[in-house]
Design a binder for this molecule. Structure first.
Ligand SMILES: Cc1cc2nc3c(=O)[nH]c(=O)nc-3n(C[C@H](O)[C@H](O)[C@H](O)COP(=O)(O)OP(=O)(O)OC[C@H]3O[C@@H](n4cnc5c(N)ncnc54)[C@H](O)[C@@H]3O)c2cc1C
Length: 232
C-alpha cells in the first residue's frame, strides 16, 4: 500500500544534457516493498507533486533510483536540478503499476521513448532475477547519439539472459550512425512477427503510445495484451 517515505539523496549524476540519475536512500521507513514497474510521487512543495517511475528493481529495497528528463523545466524539473547529495525528500510510494508484467508465457515486447525506459529497467532485471522464462524484446527510441545512456547496462543484460534482446533506435542520428534509425513504431512492426501471441508494454510520450496501440488493435492484438504508461 502507498505510504509516505522520507528519503535522502545519496547520488546525483547527469548522464546526458537533460537526463539525471538520482539515487535516494530510504530513511523512514527504512525499506520499501513494491512491484517492478510501479511509481513514486515526489512531494515537491505543498500541493505540488510529480510522478516518477522507479527504475531500480524491488530486490534493492533500501534505495530508489529515479531517471529524470528535466527538459520541460517545470516545477518537477527545477526540483531535481536543485537536489544535492545529502538533501532529504518526501515521497508517497508505491503508486500505479499498470506496466507490471503479466504472469504468462507470452513474449513481452517493451517499447519506450526517452525516459520511458526507467520502469522497464527495473522490470527486466526483476523478471530475469526471478527466473522468468519468456522472451523479452525491448525497443528504445531516442533522438540523437548524445541522448544515449545505459547501452553497456542493456548489452550486459542481453549477454547474461539469452531470452532478452534490445534495440536502440534514433530518430535524428548523425550520418555516422550505423544503428537503427527512424521511429520505434516502424521497427516494432517490421520485426515482430507474432503480434497476437505477444504482450506489449508501452511507456513514454503520447504520440508513440497512441500510434502503437492503434496499429496493434488493427492487427487484432487483444487489448488486454497491451499495457501503457503515458509520461506526457
Ligand atoms: C506515471 C508517470 C511516470 C513518470 N515517470 C517519469 C520518469 O521516470 N522520468 C521522467 O523524466 N519523467 C517521468 N514522468 C513525467 C514527470 O512526472 C513530469 O511530467 C516531468 O518531469 C515534467 O515535470 P515538470 O514539473 O518539470 O514540468 P510540467 O510543468 O509538469 O510540464 C511542462 C510541460 O512539459 C511536458 N512534458 C512533460 N515531460 C516531458 C518530457 N519528458 N519531454 C517533453 N515534454 C514533457 C508536459 O506535458 C507539459 O506540457 C512520469 C509521468 C507519469 C504520469
Amino acid at each position: 500500500m502507498a505510504q509516505k517515505f522520507t528519503l535522502k539523496v545519496t547520488s546525483k549524476e547527469q548522464v546526458t544534457d537533460k537526463v539525471y540519475f538520482v539515487t535516494f536512500a530510504l530513511v523512514l521507513p527504512p525499506s520499501i516493498d513494491f512491484r517492478a514497474g510501479q511509481n513514486m510521487m515526489l512531494m515537491i512543495a505543498p500541493g505540488v507533486n510529480r510522478t516518477m517511475s522507479i527504475a531500480s528493481p524491488p530486490s534493492e529495497n533500501l534505495s530508489l533510483l529515479m531517471v529524470h528528463d528535466v527538459s520541460p523545466m517545470g516545477p518537477g524539473s527545477k526540483w531535481t536540478l536543485g537536489l544535492k547529495v545529502g538533501d532529504t525528500a518526501t515521497i508517497v510510494a508505491p503508486t500505479g503499476g499498470v506496466l507490471s508484467f503479466a504472469d504468462s508465457p507470452r513474449k513481452k515486447v517493451m517499447i519506450a521513448t526517452g525516459t520511458g525506459i526507467a520502469p522497464f529497467r527495473g522490470m527486466i532485471i526483476d523478471y530475469f532475477d526471478r527466473g522468468g522464462g519468456a522472451n523479452v524484446e525491448l525497443y528504445w527510441g531516442q533522438r540523437f547519439e548524445k541522448d544515449i545512456y545505459w547501452k553497456d547496462e542493456l548489452d550486459k543484460l542481453q549477454s547474461r539472459h539469452p531470452a532478452f534482446t534490445w534495440h536502440q533506435i534514433l530518430s535524428k542520428p548523425s550520418d555516422a550512425w550505423t544503428g537503427l534509425r527512424g521511429h520505434v513504431t516502424e521497427h516494432v512492426f517490421s520485426q515482430e512477427k507474432d503480434l497476437q501471441q505477444s504482450e506489449f508494454y508501452l511507456c513514454g510520450n503520447k504520440g508513440m503510445i497512441e500510434e502503437v496501440r492503434e496499429q496493434l488493435l488493427a492487427h487484432n492484438v487483444p487489448k488486454e495484451q497491451i499495457k501503457s504508461e503515458l509520461f506526457y
